[in-house]
Ligand binder design. Structure first.
Ligand SMILES: Cc1ncc(COP(=O)(O)O)c(C=O)c1O
Length: 348
């Protein structure tokens, strides 16, 4: 019976993930910012060497080995590291940990569409900050929120906000700043140092994009001990299973593989951006593994639909701020070329 369900849950519009086709091998899939290259061979090796008999035992509830590895990577203490079941779990825990009942959640508009859903789940006030016409960021004066999800590079635009602006925001914002850096390995800069020197900021990272592990579900947060400690207090007892811990550790032990792939993707991104500019499209400067593009000579919605008919999947977000553009994940060079060929066929 509906009355058994909490009113806020009855009213909730849930998050809509990008489409996952039943046969991904039969499409060119440029719609959910996955990495087109396989994860490190170390991951395959850890998979082969994993002893399934160990699955009868609960996993390490604190993900000790991964946290030690991440702490070495970022030159911090393991007590400053939290590991979660994807970055999404960590965002959800932040919405639970850093806002009182009746508190509020801030984020850019447009940005990652999970944030308002997290606010709704908890019944928190939503305080979106509307970005300018070219997605430039200016904070309204006197703005306050309990927690702010500062996505940089932002999604779906790919734009990274300048260090000085981000630093000044963290300095003056009265609540917790979650620097969502899910895409930062494709960017020129990163703001990890802010989370390591400030007491109100933490950084979120994901293994889904740069480490080619979207299917594994691992992300992590780095920041001041009290904020990280709060996430530990409220997490599920065993939030990362044994297999995920083993494979994530293997991936994090081969950062060189991740860097080689991100370099390839950045080179393809720049080539794709030049091609689209030559075709008359507006292309926003991207520091991520996708491009935000206003097509020329065809509407964004039609382009999305017609490419999909040709088994090429890109992402379209209807809406006032997003409906004139498409988001294209950077695939391999061959996938990118096939997408461009099909696109040119539609506008010829
Ligand atoms: C901006 C942003 N943050 C966080 C995430 C979460 O990533 P995951 O849960 O796969 O680690 C995503 C995923 O698309 C994202 O776009």
């Amino acid at each position: 019976m509906n009355a058994w369900i909490r009113k806020s849950v009855r009213m909730l519009t849930p998050y809509t993930p990008g489409e996952q086709p039943k046969r991904p091998d039969r499409v060119i899939k440029l719609n959910t910012n996955e990495n087109p290259y396989p994860p490190s061979p170390q991951v395959a090796r850890a998979w082969r060497e994993f002893d399934p008999r160990l699955l009868r035992l609960y996993p390490d509830p604190l993900c000790g080995r991964i946290r030690a590895r991440i702490a070495r990577l970022h030159r911090c203490d393991p007590a400053q590291v939290f590991v979660g079941n994807g970055g999404d779990e960590i965002l959800m825990l932040c919405s639970r940990a850093f806002a009182e009942d009746g508190g509020s959640v801030g984020y850019f508009d447009p940005s990652y569409s999970l944030y308002p859903v997290l606010a709704d789940i908890r019944g928190l006030k939503k305080k979106p900050v509307e970005l300018g016409p070219d997605y430039d960021w200016r904070m309204p004066s006197g703005y306050r929120a309990s927690v702010f999800f500062l996505t940089t590079p932002n999604a779906p635009t790919g734009i990274q906000y300048p260090r000085a602006v981000v630093e000044a925001f963290c300095r003056t914002f009265p609540g917790v700043v979650v620097l969502d850096e899910a895409y930062v390995d494709f960017a020129r800069d990163n703001y990890m140092d802010l989370a390591l020197c400030r007491d109100n900021a933490l950084v979120l990272r994901s293994l889904s994009k740069s480490y080619s592990l979207a299917g594994l579900r691992v992300g992590y947060a780095v920041g001041p001990r009290p904020l990280i400690g709060a996430l530990f207090k409220i997490k599920d007892s065993y939030n990362l299973d044994r297999l995920s811990q083993a494979l994530a550790l293997a991936a994090l032990s081969d950062v060189a593989h991740m860097r080689r792939n991100t370099r390839k993707i950045v080179a393809t991104r720049e080539r794709l951006a030049r091609t689209l500019l030559d075709m008359g499209c507006a292309v926003y400067p991207s520091d991520s593994n996708f491009l935000w593009v206003r097509p020329a000579g065809i509407s964004a919605a039609t382009l999305f639909r017609r490419l999909r008919e040709r088994r090429i999947m890109i992402r379209y977000f209807a809406g006032r701020r997003t409906g004139r553009c498409v988001r294209i994940t950077v695939g391999t060079d061959a996938e990118t070329d096939a997408m461009i060929q099909a696109w040119k066929g539609l506008t010829a």
